[in-house]
Ligand binder design. Structure first.
Ligand SMILES: [Zn+2]
Length: 169
């Protein structure tokens, strides 16, 4: 997608499904990392293409980097976020800083897998199932507007559910 944050919406729903075993921070990091491909190619060639990382092996490679090297910057960012909050704000917006192994790996793999599937709907040159399947069977399954609205609604629903869960805990 041209704007990576659309991908963050479905991540909120995944976080609701299994809060202790899924890092939304690593999920977001993996989504940003994989989109360095079209950004760099746009800077270098003028074409925001998706030739390598937006494939099954590329997504696995990015997930491994995100789950290992991405964990420390994510924990630092979560710690920084908590320090910006007052005691009252922490009750609602505070988050756990330490990211466990399972949460890191789940966030990273769900991040890149969902990313190439969603991008596959939108971009003709994404090959989410390469090398097992050539081409892109995802392309045009729904319109770009429907896809973006689905991501936004997933984010709103996910954040609402997370707030309710936080209040109950
Ligand atoms: Zn992308």
């Amino acid at each position: 997608m041209p704007i990576t944050p659309f991908h963050f919406g479905p991540g909120a729903l995944f976080k609701c499904a299994t809060p202790e075993n899924f890092s939304w921070a690593v999920f977001a990091f993996a989504n940003v990392l994989i989109d360095l491909e079209p950004i760099l190619l746009f800077i270098l060639t003028g074409d925001p293409a998706h030739p390598w990382l937006h494939t099954a092996p590329g997504a696995i490679a990015v997930a491994i980097v995100a789950a290992t090297a991405g964990r420390w910057p994510c924990e630092w960012l979560l710690g920084w976020w908590n320090r910006q909050l007052s005691q009252k704000q922490k009750q609602w917006l505070g988050t756990q800083v330490v990211i466990g192994n399972i949460a890191a790996w789940t966030g990273a793999f769900v991040g890149t897998a969902s990313h190439i599937l969603l991008d596959g709907v939108m971009h003709a040159d994404v090959r989410p199932f390469w090398p097992f399947l050539q081409g892109n069977p995802m392309q045009g399954l729904v319109s770009i507007e429907q896809l973006q609205w689905a991501c936004v609604l997933a984010g709103v629903l996910g954040l609402t559910l997370l707030a309710i869960m936080k209040r109950k805990s």
